[in-house]
Write a protein of this length. Structure first.
Length: 321
C-alpha cells in the first residue's frame, strides 16, 4: 500500500475483565470514537492541528500530549521515520474515564491512522504489539483493534536462530459470544480513574482466591459460548479486583440488586469502573436497562443505561485517499 494523504478510523468501545478475567479478557461494544487523519503539507505553518467534537470535547488535550497523537508518533518512531505534519479530527462517542476503553480507542486510532498514512508498513500483529506496550495490558486494546471478545496470554517462545534464547510473545484467542447474550452498560455521571481503582488492590492473593478465579474464568468462557445463564450466574463472580473496588462506586449494591431482580445473569464492573456491566438474555435486556437506571436514580445518580451488541470488526478504516 502506498502512503495516503487522508484516512478515517473508527474504533469501538470495550469492556474489560468481565468479572474473573482481570487484565486478560475484553470485548468490543457497538459504541465508537472516530478519528480522521489528514497529512498536511511539509511546509505547513503548524505540525499538528487537533479538533474535537462530542459532549466531553472540552476536556480533551488538543496539543502534542494528546494520546491519539502520541500513539501516531510512536508508530513512526517504530518504523524509523519522522511523523508528517497532520490534522486530526476526533468525534467522541465513548465516555471518558468510565471503564469503557476510551484510552484504548485513542491508542488504536492513532496507531492505525499512522500506519495508513505511512503506507501500511506494519501488519496487524505488529500494530497490536505496540498497542499493548502503550496501554500496558491487552484487555482493552486487543478487542478495540480486532473486535469481538478476546482472551490474551503471554508465553515464552523459542528463538529459532538464537540457541537457548526465548522471547515473550502474546497469544490472542477469540472467545465465541452467544448471540442471545446482550451486554447492558450503565454509565454514571461520575468518573473513576484507573489509577485510583488500581491503588485499592492488594499486592498478593491467596491460593484459594487464585483457584477461585481460574475456575470461574473457565466457566465464564463456556457460559458466553453456550449462552447458559446458570453458568454465567456463577461465572461472573470474582475475588481479584471487584471486592476491593465496589466501595469506590456509589450505589453499586443497589444497582446490582436491581439488575439481578430484573433478570440479569450477573453484573460486574466494566474495566476499572465506574460503568457497570450486566449480561442478560435479549428478551429481558430492556427490563434490566430500566431497573438499573431507576436504581441509580434512586441513589441520586444520573446514568446512561443501554443494551449494546458485540462489535465483531474492531478498528475500521474508510475514506482513504
Amino acid at each position: 500500500m502506498h502512503p495516503v494523504s487522508t484516512v478515517t478510523v473508527t474504533v469501538p468501545a470495550t469492556t474489560a475483565n468481565l468479572g474473573p478475567g482481570f487484565d486478560c479478557i475484553g470485548a468490543a461494544l457497538r459504541l465508537y470514537n472516530q478519528f480522521k487523519f489528514t497529512r498536511l503539507e511539509a511546509d505547513a505553518a503548524t505540525l499538528l492541528s487537533i479538533t474535537i467534537q462530542g459532549t466531553e470535547a472540552a476536556r480533551v488535550n488538543t496539543g502534542a500530549d494528546n494520546l491519539v497523537y502520541q500513539s501516531f508518533v510512536k508508530l513512526y518512531e517504530h518504523i524509523g521515520k519522522t511523523p508528517p505534519p497532520v490534522q486530526i479530527e476526533i468525534e467522541l462517542g465513548v465516555p471518558l474515564a468510565r471503564g469503557l476503553g476510551s484510552s484504548a480507542t485513542a491508542i488504536v486510532g492513532g496507531l492505525v491512522g499512522a500506519n495508513c498514512l505511512a503506507g501500511a508498513p506494519l501488519d496487524e500483529n505488529e500494530v497490536r504489539r505496540i498497542a499493548i506496550a502503550l496501554e500496558g495490558h491487552p484487555d482493552n486494546v486487543v478487542p478495540a483493534l480486532l473486535g469481538g471478545c478476546r482472551l490474551a496470554a503471554t508465553g515464552l517462545i523459542d528463538e529459532p536462530h538464537r540457541h537457548g534464547e526465548r522471547k515473550e510473545e502474546w497469544e490472542i484467542c477469540e472467545i465465541p459470544w452467544h448471540s442471545e447474550i446482550l451486554p447492558v452498560v450503565a454509565i454514571p455521571d461520575f468518573e473513576l480513574s484507573t489509577e485510583q481503582a488500581r491503588r485499592v488492590l492488594p499486592t498478593q492473593y491467596s491460593r484459594a482466591d487464585a483457584i477461585f478465579n481460574t475456575a470461574h474464568l473457565g466457566l465464564l468462557l463456556r457460559g458466553l459460548e453456550t449462552g447458559r445463564g446458570d453458568w454465567l450466574r456463577v461465572a461472573m463472580q470474582d475475588r481479584i479486583h471487584q471486592p476491593y473496588r465496589t466501595a469506590l462506586i456509589r450505589g453499586y449494591d443497589a444497582v446490582r440488586s436491581a439488575a439481578m431482580a430484573s433478570g440479569a445473569f450477573g453484573m460486574v464492573i466494566s474495566g476499572a469502573g465506574p460503568t457497570l456491566l450486566a449480561l442478560a438474555e435479549a428478551a429481558s435486556a430492556p427490563t434490566v436497562v430500566e431497573a438499573m437506571a431507576a436504581a441509580w436514580k434512586d441513589e441520586g445518580i444520573m446514568a446512561q443505561v443501554r443494551s449494546l451488541s458485540i462489535d465483531t470488526h474492531g478498528a475500521k478504516t474508510f475514506n482513504i485517499s
